[in-house]
Ligand binder design. Structure first.
Ligand SMILES: Cc1cc2nc3c(=O)[nH]c(=O)nc-3n(C[C@H](O)[C@H](O)[C@H](O)COP(=O)(O)OP(=O)(O)OC[C@H]3O[C@@H](n4cnc5c(N)ncnc54)[C@H](O)[C@@H]3O)c2cc1C
Length: 319
């Protein structure tokens, strides 16, 4: 439910006239939180993506639960997202319901060294709030523009640290419509992955542990991280995160550059000259152009090094 890469069209779930009825229902159930045919490019950092049939941004945990439960009992596919900073939504958009967990579900509570953040909390907000509370360990997250929910699912990381270093447990909305606590050991964390990606679970809250430190020292490290990003990432463009995972022993950006793919362009999608593991949207790029560019880069790297680059961003929706 939460992270399907292959939401296929299933008109039996949501026939054309059907989804208008579903929209009407949901609008009554969740006032001011539901939209019809919502352009997904407005909800992704790539600024790319066709419409979602129905788009819900729940204002409360109860509303989130209602939305998921409503979809489940009617067998309507659901795609759960956060800040949309690690997804490429195809040009045909997303069938069924998209649930965005964002700014309405973004409270943070700090109790000693224990930090409890709702899934819609952004990572920079988490890092800055912990810094104010003299808690270290979250500096790596200060420049990652995702939500805590998306970050735990992806095991986002930087500077040699990742969410798995700070997470203690997560609260998920399980497939049986109840909230369920899952300990770190049960989350199957790996390099940019967790088993939350495979299970039908929605992350609603994340409990982390920080380490006491002086605010000034934490700020110093955060500044360094932000500075490094400014210098190495094409932040002036609409981008998602790193397109490819680093294969063992290599940096994907290095391989792409050495294979001669840096600067390659299809339509308005271009392999960044600043960092070859980013694809930039020069303005109005279509998902198809990005996908074709991805395939070209993969082919060039495979030919030159015999290495198949795996995607770090997730491609969702329909052509
Ligand atoms: C400029 C830039 C820099 C970046 N730098 C880094 C970096 O240094 N390190 C790094 O790891 N990533 C980086 N990223 C990628 C991205 O920010 C992270 O992967 C982030 O954790 C994704 O969070 P999100 O909320 O945007 O998730 P989304 O992109 O919205 O979703 C990603 C996946 O998580 C699932 N998901 C999201 N929220 C939930 C939830 N609450 N419950 C269940 N499933 C959920 C979605 O279904 C999807 O499968 C960068 C991106 C950008 C644009």
């Amino acid at each position: 439910m939460s992270a399907s890469n292959s939401l296929s069209r299933d008109d039996s779930c949501l026939p054309n006239q059907g989804f208008k009825a579903v929209y009407k229902d949901l609008k009554q159930l969740l006032p001011n939180q539901v939209r019809l045919q919502e352009p997904m490019f407005q909800h992704t950092t790539f600024r790319i993506g066709g419409p979602a049939d129905i788009f819900i941004e729940p204002h409360t945990m109860a509303a989130l639960r209602e939305a998921i439960f409503y979809a489940k009992i009617r067998n309507i596919p659901v795609f759960v997202m956060g800040a949309g900073s690690n997804i490429l939504v195809r040009d045909g958009g997303i069938r069924g319901i998209v649930v965005k967990i964002g700014r309405h579900l973004a409270r943070i509570k700090i109790d000693g060294v224990t930090v409890t953040a709702e899934a819609g909390t952004t990572l920079p907000h988490l890092a800055l709030t912990c810094c104010q509370a003299n808690l270290a360990g979250f500096e790596f997250a200060v420049g990652i523009p995702g939500t805590v929910g998306g970050a735990v699912v992806m095991n986002a990381g930087a500077e040699g640290r990742a969410m798995s270093d700070v997470v203690q447990e997560v609260l998920v909305l399980g497939s049986k419509d109840c909230f369920d606590r899952r300990k770190k050991e049960d989350l199957g964390f790996g390099y940019r992955s967790s088993n939350l990606l495979d299970h039908n679970q929605v992350v609603v809250e994340v409990v982390c542990q920080g380490t006491p430190d002086q605010k000034e020292h934490i700020q110093e490290r955060q500044k360094k991280h932000l500075h490094r990003r400014q210098n190495t990432q094409p932040l002036m463009y609409s981008i998602a995160g790193s397109v490819f995972k680093n294969p063992p022993g290599f940096a994907a950006g290095y391989l792409i550059e050495q294979a001669g793919a840096k600067g390659r362009q299809i339509g308005a999608a271009k392999v960044s000259l600043k960092h070859a593991n980013f694809i930039i949207n020069l303005g109005g790029a279509r998902a198809k152009e990005v996908q074709d560019l991805i395939s070209q880069v993969q082919e060039m790297v495979a030919q030159r090094f015999g290495i198949q680059l795996a995607l770090e961003i997730q491609i969702v929706g329909e052509d």
